[in-house]
Design a protein around this ligand. Structure first.
Ligand code: PLP
Length: 400
């Protein structure tokens, strides 16, 4: 009898855990896609998607993952030869930049490294240097899932405004939407991209782009746009099929209806943010305790204000992170995230990083359970670590 018998837990930063209610809502026969229930619930889904991003502007739904909506955002914002300014704070900004470059956009990158947020003033300086206003958009990752660094979007907006540069502010909120506070309209975000498999608690398969009136105007001149990825019919279409560029993603819509109800009408968006913040503080407390003494265990982002609330990246030296991940999967049924973008998979340092996902449908017994299981693994493997991590994590949660 394997020791892992019991419910397995994928504690990686997406796909996140889907509530049984969401999965049950999807477990049904396909509906009529021309009229009736699915058409009716889509209207409410569009309204609620705007509520989850706190916008009164536009949203487009795509049958795609995050990479798909990066590309969709690019083709709606840019013409061939346009410039973009990208602030990289880990791994995911580089991915968005690669897609844009391959599409014929000239990307100016400011790389802020892998353990701190973007400096808004550096973004402003780059815009001030662009006196011809060739930069069409500033691309920023809200929470970089590889580094767990979180950017201050309000400060970045203020820095852009201080330059009077007309560039759009486009944000990858795939890891933060439904986890960290995000206010599209209040914060002046023009484009926000999201995906179903993280804070929205669905299986992978849907991508979303929220876009402002200003971004809509820019998109009317963008020559990279192709019919399937065009956000205009998806966001403003007169007929139901136009929302999806073809057959609706029927089952995902039923799941999404359920998850949006849970987030917005049952728990409440601000309570969802608070829950993620509280669980994040528990995770940080455990790592701070493990890092005492000479263990070398450390969180990737030193300043708590600049850490995302849905994922924690950390280092455990001398291959300890890799060994711990393998132990947890083999002995405890818990899968932790690999250290993404910190080293190449064939380099020894690759085994020195891991990530803990605490995103979406998670509560204290799940997150504290992962931390206690990690403590067991550290003990079993004889990995040097500071004492008292589980107690510190429990205490952080208890303090609310
Ligand atoms: C997960 C993630 C992506 C990539 O999404 P895929 O669905 O894997 O294509 C992009 N950006 C961020 C911030 C993410 O967390």
């Amino acid at each position: 009898m394997p020791i892992t018998t019991g419910r397995p837990y994928l504690a990686i930063p997406g796909p996140s855990v889907s509530p049984e209610r969401v999965l049950s809502a999807m477990h049904r026969t396909a509906p009529n896609i021309y009229e009736g229930e699915i058409v009716d619930i889509t209207r409410g889904i569009v309204t609620d998607l705007k509520r989850v991003a706190l916008t009164r502007q536009h949203v487009a739904i795509y049958i795609a993952n995050g990479h798909g909506v990066w590309e969709a955002a690019n083709c709606n914002m840019f013409s061939r030869g346009d410039k973009a300014l990208l602030a990289a704070t880990g791994r995911f900004g580089h991915g968005w930049a690669q897609a844009a470059t391959a599409m014929g956009v000239t990307v100016e990158m400011i790389d802020f490294g892998k353990s701190r947020p973007a400096d808004p003033q550096a973004i402003a300086n780059a815009l001030l240097a662009d006196t011809a206003h060739e930069i069409r958009a500033v691309l920023v990752t809200h929470v970089d899932t590889a580094s767990s660094a979180r950017n201050d979007l309000k400060a970045i907006r203020a820095a852009i405004d201080s330059t009077e540069h007309p560039a759009l502010l486009a944000v990858d909120a795939i890891a933060s939407l439904g986890c960290d506070e995000l206010r599209m309209d209040d914060w002046g975000l023009d484009v926000v991209v999201g995906a179903s498999q993280k804070g929205l608690m669905l299986p992978p398969g849907l991508g979303f782009i929220w876009f402002s009136d200003k971004a809509l105007e820019v998109s009317r001149r963008a020559d990279l746009v192709t019919p399937y990825w065009d956000w205009k019919p998806r966001g403003l279409g007169a007929e139901f099929w136009q929302y999806f560029g073809g057959t609706a993603p029927t089952h995902h819509l039923y799941g999404l209806r359920e998850s949006l109800t849970m987030i917005l009408d049952e728990e409440g968006l601000e309570q969802v943010w608070d829950r993620h913040a509280r669980l994040a503080r528990s995770v940080w407390a455990a790592f701070d305790a493990w890092g005492q003494g000479s263990s070398g265990i450390a969180l990737n982002v030193a300043d708590p204000v600049s850490r995302g609330h849905s994922v924690t990246a950390a280092t455990m030296p001398n291959g300890a992170a890799g060994a711990l991940r393998r132990w947890l999967e083999a002995e405890a049924g818990v899968t932790l995230g690999i250290g993404l973008g910190m080293a190449l998979p064939n380099e020894p340092a690759y085994q020195d990083f891991l990530r803990v996902g605490h995103m979406g449908h998670v509560n204290a017994h799940m997150t504290l359970g992962v931390l206690a299981t990690m403590e067991a693994g550290l003990q079993a493997l004889g990995i040097t670590h500071g004492a008292g991590a589980v107690e510190a994590a429990a205490g952080a949660f208890a303090r609310a």
